[in-house]
Design a protein around this ligand. Structure first.
Ligand code: F1P
Length: 341
């Protein structure tokens, strides 16, 4: 995270420098919509990015799996800024989506880790996320850094448009706190390891989150699937009552993302619904949750930046669950470092 922030924050003006972005104020003001494309973890980081761009720059934004986008003859709109996300920069579905967009005359930015990779070359401009060359098959650090890069991008677009200097300053202070807060979470590894052992015999797990918590729930469930091979499903917390509550029983543990924000009471109500059906709950929250069997407490940041931190203990949860089950974490089955077909 230090690496992605380094040299990019200007405290005097509460602004950021994203040199490779190549997007001046004139271009940025013309953007009517932002569409983010990526696969797997990169798609989930893009979902967080879209929310940050809506919140901090007030530009409508959404994310879509590049693997879907490329097959649906999408309408390409000249006032939309397209953003392609990829750790490896080689994922073929993302590359194909970028090529399709460029054929149709769109402007595409890359948010990529590997410098000089195919997607970085194909994009018109972009931001490198500096998660390092030592990334593993399963994307973890890169997920975190990509969400930080999106916070910088959202802040940049926001400052060019309507974001107040006070809000800019607030987010910059929040970004500066991230490395220390991540270090604090990592210190709790032993506690998370114990929790992971107690969930390792689950046949299936449910992950829920609302708004900012939903992409975190999706990413946490993907991590668990990728390395432990436990079936995991992520659901928006507000959708529980539209069907999935039927699944709740003691044998299906729920992992709930419960940040201290304006939706706290709504999220607590979801925990009550689960408890009323004798479901076991692990909460990731900013304070102990009474209805949860266990809570992993993470440090509080600005609401918009909370998703960056809340995913980290769940990466550790997936890691230790996989270890407890004797899985080969560095070589998860059926998964390549970059999916090039
Ligand atoms: C996308 C991705 C990863 C996943 C695995 C397979 O990669 O789905 O999220 O962990 O490595 O590929 P990328 O486009 O971000 O390199």
């Amino acid at each position: 995270v230090d690496r992605v922030l380094r040299g990019r924050i200007d405290d005097r003006f509460s602004t950021v420098h994203l040199g490779g972005l190549n997007l001046d104020a004139h271009d940025a003001r013309k953007v009517r919509r932002v569409k983010i494309l990526g696969c797997g973890t990169s798609y989930h980081a893009g979902m967080i990015g879209a929310q940050m761009i809506e919140e901090l720059a007030r530009i409508p934004a959404d994310a879509e799996p590049a693997s879907e986008f490329r097959y649906r003859n999408a309408v390409v709109d000249p006032d939309t800024l397209y953003v392609a996300v990829s750790q490896s920069g080689e994922t073929y579905d993302v590359l194909a989506a970028v090529q399709e967009l460029k054929r149709k005359g769109a402007r595409v930015l890359g948010v990529v880790n590997v410098v000089g990779s195919a997607i970085a070359r194909e994009a018109d401009a972009g931001v490198y996320v500096h998660a390092g060359p030592e990334v593993c098959v399963v994307s973890t650090k890169c997920f975190t850094n990509t969400t930080v890069a999106f916070a910088l991008l959202a802040l940049h677009l926001g400052r060019i448009r309507d974001l107040s200097a006070a809000d800019g300053k607030r987010i910059i202070e929040g970004l500066r706190m991230l490395p220390g807060q991540i270090a604090e979470i990592l210190k709790r590894e032993d506690e998370i390891k114990k929790i992971a052992k107690s969930y390792a015999d689950a046949r299936s797990m449910l992950f829920i989150g609302r708004v900012r918590g939903y992409p975190v729930a999706r990413e946490a469930s993907l991590k668990l699937k990728e390395v432990s091979y436990i079936h995991a499903e992520a659901y928006p917390a507000s959708e529980l009552k539209h069907g999935p509550l039927a699944l709740i029983e003691p044998a299906l543990p729920t992992v709930a993302i419960v940040p201290d924000d304006d939706l706290l009471e709504k999220n607590r109500a979801a925990l009550e619904e689960i408890k009323a059906r004798s479901g076991k709950i692990l909460a990731v929250a900013h304070q102990e949750q009474e209805k949860a069997d266990e809570t992993i407490v993470v440090p509080k940041n600005e609401n918009e930046l909370d998703p960056i931190l809340m995913g980290i203990p769940l990466q550790l949860l997936a890691y230790h669950t996989a270890l407890a089950l004797g899985r080969d974490i560095d070589k998860p089955r059926n998964l390549a470092k970059s999916v090039t077909v």
